[in-house]
Design a protein around this ligand. Sequence first.
Ligand SMILES: *[C@@H]1O[C@H](CO)[C@@H](O)[C@H](O)[C@H]1NC(C)=O
Length: 312
Amino acid sequence: MRLKLRNIFLVYFVVSIFGLLYAVLQLGQPCNCSQILREGRGRHNPVSPKEPGNQGGVDQLPIIYVVTPTYERPHQRAELTRLSQTLLLVPALHWILVEDSLKRSPLVADLLAQSGLHYTHLNVQTPPPMKLKEGEPNWLKPRGVEQRNEALRWLRVNQSPMDRGVVYFADDDNTYSVNIFKEMRHTQKVSVWPVGLVGGLRYEGPLVDKGRVVGFHTAWKTHRPFPIDMAGFAVSLTLLLMHPEARFDPNAERGFLESSLLGQLVSVEDLEPRADNCTKIWVWHTRTEKPKLKQEEALEKLGRGSDPNVLV
Ligand SMILES: *[C@@H]1O[C@H](CO)[C@@H](O)[C@H](O)[C@H]1NC(C)=O
């Protein structure tokens, strides 16, 4: 009997030692981090568990292609930084940044490389006769047309109709709530919502009755077929690929640029109202004041201008 008790104690002791040893070894092991890495820095961006339709994880989400035309100016880097850090909050997003330039600039290339976003860097120069000249009012000619069309061309070459996605034209000076990206994610054809601070109004946007778009709240050129700001709609990638000729018309009358594309894709009855039946403002047509650099010129004349090596 005494011997048996000793044996039981011995077995208990050995099992405990093995258990302890196993626990100590586990402490030094790296965790199985593949899941965390995939979600944090993987093919797409961090998963927002609150986003509807995300039950299958980030790889199951339709990708949002954000198309941003941009051009060189003193505050370009500030605008692109602000926008890129908003886009970082959106899962499964691909930024297509298109410079109005002969060459892709190192400034934009570096910003994109460090952004943490999935992106494509393109460039196309607006033909000089179409370009806005110094001092001309910015409404004289539509800006960013060639650049948006270049992004459409890239999408048609690089994506197939089987890819689920949605395309949004997001200028670099607007202000975006992350909510607007959730709203556009599952667009069938063209989804729409109001835009704040545009068209001389507090907001401009679709009028919705029983879940359908029945008109538009607008005060300016009310005869436009689609009186919708560029920031007020998103187009399904499949629909764009089904209409290979659809593009923005560089010669569109002022205010008709959005209509020039949308008219080739949908009719007003097809529009899908979002943002609580177009009652919420989640994007604003903000404009950045042109920076005043008078003192810079004065100091340059004295040979004491700001260090050109400092990237602003
Ligand atoms: C929009 O309006 C329709 C019809 O009145 C309603 O069924 C639907 O729930 C509304 N959607 C939202 C998000 O409020």
